[in-house]
Design a protein around this ligand. Structure first.
Ligand SMILES: C[S@@+](CC[C@H](N)C(=O)[O-])C[C@H]1O[C@@H](n2cnc3c(N)ncnc32)[C@H](O)[C@@H]1O
Length: 295
């Protein structure tokens, strides 16, 4: 009797394990389907607000490339490069011999990135359709002078593995630019959109499905990002700055304060100066937090 009951129990457990593993696989598939869909519908190169934030990222990236004397003839990577918003700025900054390798899981984004580069006469970027981790794992250690990973960690549940791989592939003194979604931004968004269950999740956890969709997001505080770099990764955090502390794109809670694309050039310049100052004062106040680190 006991043996029979044990056998039945084992069978039930086996079925439950298969159901659990199947539902995990299908939730991962739904995550990637949604991420790829949103990359195809939101163009980071042409959307006017995104041009402004591209310039704000580039302010910080170029400042550290220059001040840390990163080699202009070096080899760089842009992980989750989208349509090449930052890869193109970086490629133009490089001199003869310098090159950028960009990867993205969205075929549409990579197709657009290739077209933008070709239209702009940029021939020192190679693009490939690839998942970030696979792309990094195919690279030798100590082979890159710098890596960009902007606005991708928020949709990368395994982002800590990506960061560890980036450390491996960077040369000594190589620079890493990675942006994270601040916990505070998500709390503003939950309040703004009346999603109180999400607010509880955002307070108590650091990753999960939000906003009634299929994407698994990650979010952090500035203190956690500092600890991640200094204690867990053993990389020197040079700066941590907020991007877009008082402005936003359509749908952001910050949108009510200012939409860069709705401002005249003079006012937009003033907004940029203000956000650059604020960014250093309150990284958690940004739409994103940009960490600038050195191996
Ligand atoms: C908001 S866009 C940012 C694009 C670019 N980094 C920029 O700042 O303009 C996020 C991009 O990350 C890509 N992405 C998300 N998860 C990825 C993964 N696991 N591997 C490669 N690309 C990924 C998406 O397809 C999308 O193009």
């Amino acid at each position: 009797m006991v043996r029979f009951a044990t056998k039945v129990l084992e069978k039930i457990l086996g079925v439950l394990r298969r159901v659990e593993s199947h539902s995990r696989v299908s939730s991962v598939a739904r995550h990637y389907k949604e991420v790829i869909k949103s990359a195809s519908t939101h163009d980071m190169v042409e959307t006017p607000d995104e041009v402004y934030y591209g310039d704000q990222y580039w302010h910080w990236i170029s400042k550290y490339l220059e001040s840390k004397k990163a080699p202009r003839e070096g080899v760089y990577a842009d992980l989750g490069c989208g349509q090449g918003r930052l890869a193109m700025r970086l490629a133009k900054w490089l001199s003869q011999g310098g090159a950028v390798a960009g990867c993205d899981i969205s075929e549409d984004a990579i197709g657009a990135a290739r077209r933008y580069a070709s239209d702009g006469g940029i021939d020192n970027i190679s693009y490939e359709v690839s998942d970030t981790l696979n792309f990094l794992k195919s690279r030798p250690s100590n082979s890159l002078d710098g890596v960009l990973f902007t606005e991708v960690a928020l949709v990368t549940p395994e982002y800590v593995d990506v960061l560890k791989e980036v450390k491996r592939v960077l040369r000594s003194s190589g620079l890493f630019f990675v942006s994270f979604r601040p916990q505070y931004f998500n709390l503003l968004y939950a309040t703004y959109s009346d999603r109180w269950e999400d607010a509880d999740k955002i307070l108590s956890s650091r990753s999960g499905v939000l906003w009634g969709g299929d994407i698994t997001y990650t979010w952090q505080t500035s203190g956690e990002v500092k600890k991640l770099f200094e204690d867990d990764l053993g990389m020197q955090l040079l700066n941590l700055v907020g991007i877009g502390c008082v402005s936003g794109i359509e749908g952001d809670p910050h949108e009510k304060l200012a939409r860069p694309s709705r401002l005249d050039t003079d006012t937009r310049d003033k907004l940029m100066q203000l956000e650059i100052k604020l960014g250093e004062m309150m990284p958690d106040g940004g739409r994103y937090m940009l960490a600038i680190a050195k191996k």
